[in-house]
Design a protein around this ligand. Sequence first.
Ligand code: C5P
Length: 413
Amino acid sequence: MNFWLGKEITLVVGGGIAACRVLDLIRGLKTRGAGVTVVGTEAATQFVTPLTFHAISGRPFHGSLFDPSLEGGMDHIRLARETDLVIVAPATADLMAKMANGLANDLATAMLLARKGPILIAPSMNVAMWEHPATRRNVATLQADGVRFCGPESGALACGEEGMGRLAAVETIIETARRCLEPQTLSGRHFLLTAGPTREELDPVRYISNHSSGKMGWGIAQGALRAGAQVTLVHGPVNLPSIPGALAIKVTSAREMYAQVMGLWETHTATQTLDAVILTAAVADFRPVVKSPEKIKKTAATTLNVELEANPDILLEIGRRSQSLVNGKRPFLVGFAAETGSALERGREKMARKKCDILVVNDLFEEGAGFEGETNRVTLLDSAGQEEVWPLMSKDAVGARLVATIAARLHPP
Ligand code: C5P
C-alpha cells in the first residue's frame, strides 16, 4: 500500500533562497503520489515565479488574499482545511515570527492562522538570524503550540557563512512529514535496536565479517520512528543513509556492540525508559584470539591457522538480565535467527535458550530471504508457542509489521 497516494499537502513557501530547493520537495511528494498545492508569500515569488510553482506542482499557485477568482476571499480557509498536512518550507525568520504572534496579513499567514490540523515547519535562514533570541522565543512558542519542526541543518549557507540554518534535505522533510501523518501508537516509547554486521580484526588490514547489510534493522527503526517511538540504534559498519531522528551509535566489533548495548540497558532499565529491545545485528560469533599488530606476511606455507575465540552473545545476556526484572517492567525482547535449513526447529531452541518474547526466523536458503536483498520472508515464533508465517515482503514492510506486532504486545505505560 502506498502511504502517500491520495494525501493532500499544502506547501507554504517563504521568501528565502532555499525556496529554489522546494521544487525538489514538490517533485518528491508528487512522485510518491501526494497532491501538492503551493501557497507563497510575496517574497517567495522573488525567488521562484508563480508560473514555475504551477508548472512543477501541476496546480495554480496561491499568492494573494484578494484574488477575486478564488473562493470570494475564502481561499485561506479552504486551503487550511482541505489538506492532510501543511508544510512551511523554507520557513523564514519573518514567517515564523508572524506565526508565533498570530499575524495574518497575507494569504500564507492567514491560512496558517486558520489551520486546525498538523503543521510542519522546515526553517532556513542565516545562522545569526536562527540563533537570535527573538527567533529562539518564536521557535519555543511554535513548539508549545504543537507545530512540528524539521531542521534546520548545519553547513555552508547561501550567504557564505557556515552554521545552523540550511533547509533540511528533501528526503528528511518528506520522512518527517510522513511521521506527522502516521498514527502515533508508540509515542513516549523507547526502542533499542542493533543492526548490521560486526568486524573482527585479524591484522591492521584484514577482518572477519559477514554479509549483513543492516537493511532489516533500518526497516524496523524506520517503522518505530514513524509510530512515534524514540529509537537508539547500535550498528556495525553499513552502507546505508542515516535515519533522521534515530540516535545512531556506530561500532565495529562484537565486543564494542556488547559494551554499548549493556551500557544502554543498565541506564534505561534503571530509569524504566526502555520498552523494547530488538536485536537484528548479525554479530560475529568468533574473533581472532590475537590481532596481529602488523599485516600478516605471505609465506611459502599453503595454509594459515587462525585461532578464534567466542564473542559474547548480546541477546543471550540481555535475555538473562531481563529475567531478573519484574515482568511488568521487562522490556519486550525480540531476537532474529538467520538459518540455513531446519530454521524453525533451530529457532524454537534458540528462542527458549535466549529467552526472547519473539524470535524472527528466516531461512537463508529461501528465495527472497536473507542478508543483502531488499526483501525478507520470515516466520515469527513467540514465547506462547505461536507461529506466524509472513509472506515475502520488503524489509521496510517487515519492519513496520513487526513494530505493529510489538506495539500490540507492550505492557501499558
Ligand atoms: O545464535 P544466533 O547468532 O543465530 O542468534 C541470532 C540472534 O542473536 C540475533 O538476534 C542476533 O542479533 C543475536 N546475537 C547477539 N550476539 C551474538 C550473536 C547473536 O546478540 N554474539
